[in-house]
Design a protein. Structure first.
Length: 391
């Protein structure tokens, strides 16, 4: 700015000189003034160029700062994306939600008919494991079935195994996921028919059978069935196949009368409860399915040292798996829709997770109505008649 003021003063002085000089000196004076003005102009140009250079430098600096800021933002964004990806990777153990888009060819029902909102289709569930877990998984399955079929479903977890059988027999539950012995008893008493069988892991493969096991607290010193004399023993429920019926047959076959030779017996109510009672020492030994110690999520979460304190000392022969049964007289269209929906759930990753949580199922498969006949014959050979075992 000072340089521009100096230039202006030089111009004024030059003009004053021109005005005051004699005429004969006018030409050289004018030339001198022009030279002065030119010099001032050169200085002004130099000043302007310097100012422009400073402006360019400042702009370049600002651009560098903006670029740096952009790089910082990009780095932060990249870090955020990495963090999100890491969280997603850590969450891979969380199963995806079940896909429950309505299927084609589903039946329609009128208000008040079975499957309508005011007359839902109830599925009976036996309380063979952790009841809150069964309830949550069962509700998820019923909700998905409702969306898949357009029909309305709900669940009812029995207070015991017999309650689920009676719910089907009384017409309160058209369908039920009954354990093997309950299915046989329900068939004998009420004409209930098997529709689907559960598939469970057996030596790395999904199979339609499972096994029972005898477990003991390590501190009890029990190593064989003969060691059970005079000990306390936990059963599951009088209607449990691997937790009551088969163990009693095995005990008798090995010279142990469960009603006379054991110090005390307890019906714990579920396979989980048997394992927990043996773990805590409330029972010296007990009977469950193979292997409740590792298949039960609540046990794995709440008793991480279960395998350190509870041993398996006997495994039974194969037992046909439990599954889905239908009560007598249910509309075939409703039955077909239910089976189709459950098989769809069985094939869906999110649906598989629900079935796994429900009863440790890997999947479901269709079965013939005679599926349990061979097992019934085996029980009969052992002197066991289903209807006589349950009051």
């Amino acid at each position: 700015m000072k340089k521009f003021i100096l230039l202006a003063l030089l111009v004024v002085i030059a003009l004053t000189i021109i005005a005051c000089a004699p005429a004969q000196q006018a030409a050289p004076t004018i030339a001198a003034a022009q030279a002065t003005v030119a010099a001032g102009a050169n200085q002004a140009g130099t000043a302007a160029a310097g100012a422009a250079s400073q402006a360019q430098t400042a702009a370049a600096g600002a651009a560098t700062q903006v670029s740096g800021a952009a790089t910082t933002v990009a780095t932060v964004a990249s870090g955020a994306q990495t963090a999100v990806a890491t969280v997603a990777a850590q969450a891979t153990n969380t199963p995806p939600p079940a896909v429950c888009t309505k299927l084609d060819g589903m039946p329609t029902v009128k208000a008040g008919e079975l499957g309508s909102p005011d007359n839902p289709i109830t599925i009976a569930l036996v309380p063979s494991g952790d009841v809150p877990t069964i309830t949550k998984a069962g509700t998820g399955i019923a909700d998905c079935l409702s969306e898949l079929t357009g029909l309305k479903y709900n669940i009812e977890v029995g207070t015991n195994f017999a309650a689920s059988i009676e719910a089907m027999g009384a017409g309160k539950a058209p369908f039920g996921f009954l354990n093997t012995f309950s299915a046989i008893l329900a068939k004998e008493k009420y004409g209930v028919t098997p529709l689907l069988v559960a598939l469970r892991n057996y030596k790395g493969k999904p199979e339609n059978f499972y096994q029972g096991q005898f477990i003991a607290n390590k501190a009890s010193g029990i190593k064989s069935i003969a060691d059970l004399k005079g000990k306390t023993f936990c059963f599951v429920d009088p209607n449990s196949t691997s937790g009551y019926i088969i163990p009693r047959i095995v005990l008798k076959a090995n010279g142990i009368d469960p009603d006379k030779d054991l110090k005390a017996t307890v019906n714990a109510g579920s396979h989980d409860n048997v394992a927990i009672a043996v773990y805590k020492g409330d029972c010296d030994a007990g009977a469950t399915f193979v292997d409740v110690r590792t298949d039960s999520k609540p046990i794995k979460e709440n008793y991480p040292d279960m395998l350190d304190k509870v041993d398996v000392f006997y495994i039974t022969d194969n037992i046909p798996n439990d599954g889905l049964q239908v009560a007598k007289g249910v509309d075939p269209a409703i039955t077909d829709a239910t089976v189709k929906g459950l098989l769809f759930i069985s094939d869906d990753p999110g649906g598989k997770a629900l079935l796994r949580s429900l009863y440790s199922y890997l999947g479901l498969a269709k079965v013939d109505p005679t599926f349990y006949n061979d097992f019934e014959a085996l029980l009969a050979k052992a002197g066991v008649k289903a209807s006589e075992l349950v009051k």
